[in-house]
Write a protein that binds this ligand. Structure first.
Ligand SMILES: Cc1ncc(COP(=O)(O)O)c(C=O)c1O
Length: 423
């Protein structure tokens, strides 16, 4: 009864992995109204990074709610917002000194593009094939991970050009060959379609998220940095999915040591409260004419700020970046062992707790097996998502404080699912 009511009242535009009614969450688990317990290895697409209802986050939200719920940034300077910006500054690379806050990842990317345009006086943006940056007009235009995100909504805003992402598994080439090809194609794009003088920014996810959990090799990112330095194009690093410790470093771009000009952040930022941020240097941010960017809610939710501040504290105090790295290695080792036993072709990859398992059959994406495994896991109460252009990448996004025991439980369920699906 409740389920059918729920179906009528909520838009069908949400694809739903699990349609049971969830009433509570605790750590790596969620509970439905029938008392069933599910191991949540989606973390709400990387949002509940400290697990569900971490007591310190809940406590910070409750305390803040008693003090100030909302302080609109154009009208006042909420102390908690300034405290959070200062704390975030201590966690970002030296090039990222100052922040603009908004509510969603897409909003942060929209703002980053506006900042790049106003700062450079140039119109165009280069994005990468397979990238995902959101579902608003400009961010749809920057997205090419799947046709569903664009189809039926075109024409999209102009001034966006795509270059190939260094996905050596897709190309079937060595990492070196793939990097060389992709950097050459980017140079060619600058020679043929959008000259450097017309290009405000290059935007990249250091690990492709929706596009299939593919890390960009360090040499490629360093190549991008070199092109940007040579041409004055700004480098926007979109860490909306990969940031805040998810990859076993605070920021995934640290694996390459590149310097972002603009950093976009969201998802795990506030452990579940809606919030996002754009970071840049003082010099860059100062090129924004006051009032030319903003929003009623951006930065104003004192409760989100308190949750974000507590999230940073939990990440630091509980050493969640280190845990993500250690648990990610354990997870990948378990997955390697599992796949060595079955005749399923799988590429297991990723940093930290952003792990993808790409399934192929006869060299082609094997979407059906991915769907079958996901469904079998759900039956055994393990929630896993799928991503990738071919819909054939099982993606692992447990909370950053997941335990070794929970990883083992999930891997046992996963192995039974594979056994069930391939036999
Ligand atoms: C890398 C990246 N950028 C941007 C977005 C858009 O964020 P939101 O869904 O909060 O608008 C996402 C969401 O999945 C993402 O993964």
């Amino acid at each position: 009864m409740q389920n059918s009511l729920c179906k009528q009242a909520l838009s069908d535009v949400w694809g739903r992995l699990n349609s049971s009614l969830i009433v509570r969450g605790e750590g790596s688990y969620i509970f439905d109204d029938q008392g069933n317990r599910y191991l949540d290895f989606t973390s709400g697409i990387g949002v509940t990074a400290t697990g569900h209802c971490h007591p310190q986050i809940v406590g910070a939200i409750q305390a803040q709610a008693n003090q100030l719920l909302f302080g609109q940034l154009n009208c006042m300077l909420p102390e908690i917002t300034l405290r959070y910006a200062t704390a975030l500054r201590a966690q970002t690379p030296a090039s990222i000194e100052t922040f603009f806050f908004s509510n969603s990842g897409a909003e942060a990317v929209e703002g980053a593009v506006k900042l790049a345009r106003i700062a450079t006086g140039r119109p165009n943006v280069i994005a990468f094939e397979g990238g995902f940056h959101g579902r608003t007009a400009m961010t749809m235009a920057l997205t090419s991970s799947k046709k569903v995100f664009r189809e039926g909504f075109q024409p999209l805003p102009a001034g966006v050009f795509f270059s190939p992402f260094p996905n050596s598994f897709y190309y079937g080439w060595s990492r070196e060959e793939t990097n060389r090809f992709c950097l050459e194609q980017l140079e060619r794009l600058l020679q043929t379609q959008s000259s450097a003088d017309e290009t405000a920014a290059i935007i990249i996810e250091p690990v492709l998220g929706e596009g299939g959990f593919v890390p960009a090799p360090a040499e490629f990112l360093l190549g991008l940095r070199e092109i940007c330095d040579r041409t004055g194009i700004l480098l926007i690093v979109d860490e909306i999915q990969s940031g805040f410790g998810r990859t076993g470093k605070m920021w995934a771009h640290e694996y390459s040591g590149i310097r972002p000009d603009i950093l976009t952040m969201a998802k795990g930022i506030a452990s579940g409260l809606p919030m996002s941020a754009i970071g840049a240097s003082h010099e860059l941010m100062s090129r924004w004419v006051p009032g030319s960017h903003g929003g009623t809610f951006g930065g104003g939710s004192a409760v989100s700020m308190a949750a974000a501040l507590a999230t940073l504290e939990v990440i630091e105090n509980e050493q969640l970046v280190e845990n993500a790295r250690a648990m990610g290695n354990e997870l990948k080792q378990n997955l390697e062992t599992i796949f060595s036993k079955y005749s399923v072709a799988a590429d297991i990859r990723g940093y930290g707790l952003m792990v993808g398992v790409e399934l192929t059959r006869d060299g082609k994406p094997d979407k059906q097996t991915a769907i079958n495994i996901q469904a079998a896991c759900l039956k055994s109460k393990l929630l896993l998502l799928i991503c990738g252009t071919g819909g054939n990448v099982l993606r692992w996004l447990p909370p950053l404080n997941v335990s070794s025991e929970e990883i083992n439980t999930a891997c046992k369920i996963f192995e039974s699912a594979i056994k069930h699906c391939v036999s």
